[in-house]
Write a protein that binds this ligand. Structure first.
Ligand code: PRX
Length: 571
């Protein structure tokens, strides 16, 4: 769709001179905003929370507005400092040390954030898990990371296969529970008796702070390892892209189980000391608009799937709410439809600013600044300090308007430092000094980047990244399923849905009931978002001679596209 650029609004002044800022840019300047630059004492938890709690002008400011259907709560920076200190003392008492992996598996709540910062304060590595994960997904991540401790709720305990996790020494339970075990620690009881004084474990900028598991086209999910140094870019993008000002009320809709929910649901807003809205509960258009209206949200970071749902809920719904507090809206995770941008201009009088980045990149890389003219459908331009390009498979840069691999020159502050216990996988991201994203894109003559698709088999359903291998592995665990091939199928609302092709074992008859049973099996074993919405039973699944499932071919069949080179197809 060809659309006219939408010009920048007046009043947005940051980074007005983009070219000049790029030319004169040095990350050294950004570092001066941190207290460690002056004291030498590093910890991201200190910069995010304690620094404001020690500032008489800020300590009593609301840091967190927690809003869920059954609970409303406000915590100041001082509260968050004290609560996380208490939790850090619990961890210390339990013997948690620097570098240990401590996972969180629970819904968003004030306790989640207190625990999260407690983990960072002892110098441990936090591993937040999406609360909708089922047993297999939880097991894969705790096993691979060799997590020694987990914070969860009694309701979620049944999804944790404790007997299969020898490294998991302790489970902190947030809530009442009956079953007694030496491995359980009672969150509320321990917090009551814990001191709110804690000496933070000072670390190195290159020490680990976060493990986020994400999917590729092959194998189980990989642990993307981030270090404290990432805060430099969280801070910078918080200023340039999110445009945070001291009086802002900010809302990022992402769950902290995904990278957007940590980098931009936790670090960027609190590094800037702004009031951060955290919403619990399920999505409905009314509850989301209501969150903006009731809290007077000024800056909002969300995702295309949610925006598309808001569009389809109609003007009548949006008109019941007062959206006039909003000043700035951004999106991430999937292609942002130009129609949605046009809708937002009508509905809130605001443009939506697309941003592009990945779990691996730790922070935004290609963005639409507040001051930029938006070309609807484009992800925007690289931030200062970041060199983006389109490269061929050998890592040679391609000229404008030519499609290729979207790649970033190595060396930005928030880049992952490793794939947990998998150096080979980490190496495979790099060619000729470029980090190769796996996305295809082109750059126009004016330096705007345009997303075209994924180059691998990774599925993006409602902005959530799903690896086909994980779903296939779960499918073939079902006694009826012999073989499985899984693809992403384009969908107007969700971006893609998961479609599975399966063959049945002997003795099983195809039926709607069986298909539904298999779907439920994946949903209850892995997670709802990874369960195929469509399952088609076939006589055979196309494979290469070496036995690899040809997902590309399945996709071409599904979409009625030319099948291309099938010379490696098994007879
Ligand atoms: O394909 C791109 C898509 O999401 C992938 C990264 O997914 P994940 O690691 O889960 O991180 C999502 C949020 C940081 C990318 O490789 N993606 C991300 N942003 C955009 C996007 N696709 C199109 N437009 C975007 N703005």
């Amino acid at each position: 769709m060809d659309m006219q650029p939408i010009p920048a609004r007046e009043g947005n002044h940051n980074l007005k001179d983009y070219q000049a800022k790029r030319k004169a840019f040095s990350w050294e300047e950004v570092k001066k905003n941190f207290s460690w630059y002056h004291t030498g004492k590093v910890n991201i938890a200190y910069e995010t929370i304690d620094r404001h709690a020690e500032n008489p002008d800020k300590k009593n400011q609301t840091a967190l507005i927690y809003s869920a259907p059954d609970r409303e709560e406000k915590l100041t920076f001082s509260d968050l400092k004290n609560e996380s200190n208490k939790f850090a003392n619990i961890l210390k008492k339990q013997g948690v040390k620097k570098g240990d992996r401590v996972f969180l598996f629970m819904p968003r709540s004030p306790e989640f954030y207190a625990s999260f910062f407690g983990i960072l304060k002892v110098g441990a590595i936090a591993g937040p898990l999406f609360e909708a994960f089922m047993e297999q997904a939880v097991k894969d991540r705790l096993e691979d990371s060799e997590a020694s401790m987990l914070i969860t709720t009694p309701e979620l305990l049944e999804r944790i296969p404790q007997d299969d996790l020898p490294d998991l020494k302790k489970i902190v339970l947030v809530g009442d529970y009956d079953e007694k075990s030496d491995n359980y620690v009672d969150y509320y009881k321990e917090m009551e008796n814990s001191s709110d004084q804690f000496e933070i474990e000072w670390v190195d900028l290159e020490d680990g702070m976060l493990l986020h598991y994400t999917s590729g086209s092959t194998g189980k999910p990989k642990g993307v390892y981030h270090v404290h140094n990432a805060m430099i870019q969280h801070y910078a993008t918080g200023e340039w892209v999110i445009d945070l000002k001291p009086d802002d009320i900010y809302w990022c809709t992402a769950d902290p189980g995904w990278v957007t929910g940590t980098s931009y649901g936790i670090f960027a807003p609190w590094l800037h000391g702004v009031t951060n809205v955290i919403r619990g509960g399920r999505f409905t258009p009314e509850s989301w608009y209501g969150t903006i209206d009731q809290n007077n949200v000024t800056v909002w970071y969300t995702a295309p799937t949610a925006l598309r749902k808001l569009v389809s809920s109609g003007d009548k719904v949006v008109n019941q709410f007062d959206m006039s507090s909003l000043r700035h809206v951004m999106s991430v995770g999937e292609p942002l439809n130009p129609e949605v941008i046009t809708w937002a201009v009508d509905a809130f009088g605001l443009r939506i600013h697309d941003t592009w980045w990945m779990t691996e990149t730790g922070a935004m890389l290609i963005v639409n600044y507040p001051v930029m003219d938006i070309r609807p459908g484009s992800m925007g331009k690289p931030i200062p300090g970041v060199e983006a390009g389109i490269v061929d498979n050998e890592g040679n840069e391609l000229p404008p308007n030519q499609m290729g691999n979207l790649a970033i020159k190595q060396g930005w502050p928030s880049m992952m430092r490793a794939i947990w216990k998998n150096p080979g996988k980490f190496e495979s991201y790099f060619i000729n000094g470029w980090y190769v994203s796996g996305d295809s894109a082109y750059m126009d003559e004016d330096g705007y980047f345009w997303f075209q698709g994924r180059l691998d088999d990774v599925i993006n359903t409602s902005g959530e990244r799903v690896g086909p291998f994980e779903v296939e592995s779960k499918l073939i665990e079902h006694p009826a399923v012999a073989e499985a091939g899984v693809i992403g199928k384009p969908d107007p609302e969700r971006g893609e849905i998961i479609k599975a092709f399966i063959t049945l074992n002997e003795g099983y008859e195809a039926s709607d009931e069986l298909v539904e049973e298999i779907r439920q099996f994946v949903k209850l074993g892995l997670s709802a978002h990874a369960a195929p919405r469509e399952i088609e039973i076939k006589d055979t699944i196309p494979k290469t001679r070496s036995g690899k499932i040809m997902r590309r071919l399945l996709k071409s069949w599904e979409l009625g596209l030319p099948t291309g080179d099938t010379s490696t197809l098994e007879e």
